[in-house]
Design a protein around this ligand. Structure first.
Ligand SMILES: [Zn+2]
Ligand SMILES: [Zn+2]
Length: 271
């Protein structure tokens, strides 16, 4: 068995349509692949329907916070129909735009003569961000947009980001019948450095495993993570974090041992 537990499709920031993922996985010699798009299950139905020689594992990569850093949590074997999880993912996906809309409202309440339509035009179809609002404010003669008077962090028109704590993401994944694995905890590229202490806290919150073999983690980092995982009783996975043409990583470049795969499936309740 050859298993890759972390791959993206066009349903998030990959370049491979979900329906093509199983064929690609089979060609890469995989027997199982988890589709783990960012904060969405949108590609799962197409990927599952196209699965023939390869088992497609239901997954999602959830953006969440651990102390002051963003971390990514893989929810594997989850039920995509679980309401609370689906609602949370929707909130994560729409937060940037929702926040932008609220900030435009706040600016208007504070007397700025800008409109939502105008800011949408500036954004050109992208989720509303602060630079778009600042551009509209500038057009209205307000040149100190990024100050506490307006949209600086904690400013009068600032609206806090939606934050999902990693421990809550773990609880949601488990409630949805899945198993939680921390993705790339020490990715050099992401400058991620989840500490041993933080890993212990996540283990206590129900984390089942961590991704040690990941293209963005050098060999000595992977070895160190294996040691920590052994100390904490966490499973160790390997995966490519395939993004199609967006990253120079092959599907199946790193893989998960069959016995770990079985243990994860069992921890998820055997389905
Ligand atoms: Zn990630
Ligand atoms: Zn990923």
């Amino acid at each position: 068995m050859t298993i890759d537990l972390h791959a993206h499709s066009t349903a998030s920031d990959g370049t491979t349509p979900p329906a093509e993922l199983p064929r690609l996985a089979a060609r890469a010699g995989l027997t199982a692949v988890a589709l783990t798009d960012h904060d969405t299950f949108a590609g799962l139905a197409a990927a599952t329907a196209a699965a023939a020689d390869v088992e497609v594992i239901t997954g999602v990569e959830i953006s969440c916070r651990l102390d002051d850093a963003e971390v990514h949590l893989l929810g594997l074997f989850v039920d995509p129909g679980h309401e609370a999880l689906a609602a949370e993912l929707e909130l994560i996906r729409t937060d940037r735009d929702r926040r932008g809309v609220r900030m435009v409202e706040r600016c208007r309440e504070l007397g700025a003569s800008i409109t939502l339509a105008q800011v949408r035009t500036i954004a050109g179809g992208a989720p509303l961000g602060r630079p778009h609002i600042a551009a509209a404010l500038a057009a209205a003669g307000i040149t100190d947009a990024f100050t506490p008077d307006w949209i600086a962090d904690g400013g009068r028109a600032d609206v806090p980001k939606h934050v999902l704590a990693a421990v809550d993401a773990i609880a949601l994944v488990r409630a949805a019948g899945g198993v939680a694995v921390l993705a790339h905890p020490r990715s050099v590229k992401r400058r991620a450095s989840v500490s041993d202490t933080q890993l212990a806290a996540l283990r206590d919150a129900g984390l089942a495993g961590l991704e040690a073999d990941h293209p963005e983690q050098p060999l000595q980092v992977r070895d160190r993570l294996r040691e920590v995982a052994a100390d904490l009783g966490l499973l160790v996975t390997g995966s490519s974090d395939f993004h199609g043409d967006r990253k120079p990583v092959r599907l199946g470049e790193c893989t998960t041992a069959p016995e770990v795969f079985s243990a994860l499936r069992q921890a998820a309740g055997g389905h």
